[in-house]
Write a protein that binds this ligand. Structure first.
Ligand code: URA
Length: 194
């Protein structure tokens, strides 16, 4: 049932020219994960070059690092998560999507959330966080907190985490380092969805 509704929505996205990203994309990047078993939605920023080529979110360098962290925390990317982005098409030169581009894509995003209907949402990075929360907040100040937000007609537990491309710049795993905090946040999420 969920799959059918999502497939219909995907067909709409394939035709979408609501913003200029529709002119330059190779593929729309609709989602990854199993809609029937997903316990949480993870929202990233936007597709990059590899995602645009393959049509799948988080398959490039940042995606591989995300996979490593998910595995360490015991979260199954394929079974536990449904992964999307704030926009479905790649912004040229991987720039941050504009408010207008995000607004043009918002209805698709909300529909996906409504169909999956997760208890838990993960805001992966500042762009995803700011799409749903106070624009002035810094991700480093709020990551790991459980925010109760009304999204898609229901109150959901929303947890901001660092974006994996930020973690590519840091390698330490010592207490309080970005990678250490990422693992702590994902472990918290693992406990929430178990
Ligand atoms: N970064 C994102 O935010 N999303 C992707 O799908 C890939 C990289």
């Amino acid at each position: 049932m969920k799959r059918e509704k999502l497939e219909k929505l995907k067909q709409e996205c394939l035709e979408c020219k609501k913003c200029p990203l529709g002119e330059t994309r190779i593929n729309i990047v609709f989602s990854d994960g199993n809609p029937e078993t997903a316990k949480a939605i993870l929202i990233g920023e936007a597709p990059g070059e590899n995602e645009d080529k393959t049509g799948t979110p988080f398959v490039g360098r940042a995606g591989k690092l995300l996979n490593e962290f998910l595995e360490k925390a015991g979260i199954s990317r394929e079974g536990d998560l449904y992964i999307i982005n704030t926009v479905k098409c790649r912004p040229p030169k991987n720039r941050v999507p504009t408010d207008a581009e995000k607004a043009a894509c918002e209805a698709y995003l909300l529909k996906q959330i409504e169909i999956i209907n997760p208890e838990v949402m993960i805001f992966c990075g500042a762009t995803a966080l700011k799409s749903f929360y106070n624009k002035k907040i810094q991700i480093s100040k709020i990551r790991g907190e459980i925010l109760e937000l009304e999204i898609g007609g229901k109150t959901r537990k929303c947890i901001p985490i660092f974006h994996p491309s930020y973690l590519l710049r840091y390698h330490s795993l010592e207490e309080g380092s970005p990678r250490n905090l990422m693992l702590k946040d994902l472990t918290k999420i693992k406990n929430l969805i178990s």
